[in-house]
Design a protein. Sequence first.
Length: 154
Amino acid sequence: MIEISGDLLNRIKIHGEETYNEECCGALFGNYSDESRSILDILEFENEKEESRQNRFLITPAQYRSAEKLAKERNLELLGFYHSHPDHPAQPSQFDIDHALPWFIYIIVSINKGEANNLTSWILKEDRSEFDNQKMKVINSEEKTSVLKSEIIF
């Protein structure tokens, strides 16, 4: 299970809307246990892909190293990445499967006509054949309540 605050989901949503009609991307930081992975912060990246930015993103090795360094400085783990799908569903593409690693969380936010539509979370199977949809426990920090969902609808 993935635990994340409503505030962080909102930041991912806004990042996707601000970069529309190109894909946005960023890193996910937090802690993990056998039962759950808690996302505690994100880092927005500039999409470094030179072409086809409307359906591809690129996180450079330098960006990746900066995410690892930041995680270490904050005593957190680099748990995974997020990106947007402009005018496409929040479902992993074959390209996403081909470029993912099994131990990371991948959050995808669908942005339709400039507005966030829905958000999903995934982990690649060990055999790299497909992603498993992950339930998200969304924590509302103000009300100290949580809701378990497999898809967030905005």
